[in-house]
Design a protein around this ligand. Sequence first.
Ligand code: ZN
Length: 107
Amino acid sequence: MRQLLLLILLFFAGQWLVKALRRVGNAADAPRNGPFDTSARPDANPGNTGGAQAQSQSRQLAEPMVRCATCGVHTPQSESILAAGQRFCCAEHAERYAARPTGRTAR
Ligand SMILES: [Zn+2]
């Protein structure tokens, strides 16, 4: 039982250590304004937190929406299924599109 308590204590101590190390790293990086343009313009950007937020937002909006060739539903490109050069919202629609004969003369 004492060993378990020791393990828990070690766990919390490790987490605190990681947090402390991160805090020190952030404080050391803040006045340098990141690794990008320190040599070019050292005093060009007074606040770099807004830039980071804008970058994350544009990263969220970067994913394009694609249209399912069977039902026309728009799905994110990462969730869509690519088959026969077309995008589909689900595997069932991809199979339906592949099984369907091209052209109206078949029916
Ligand atoms: Zn579909």
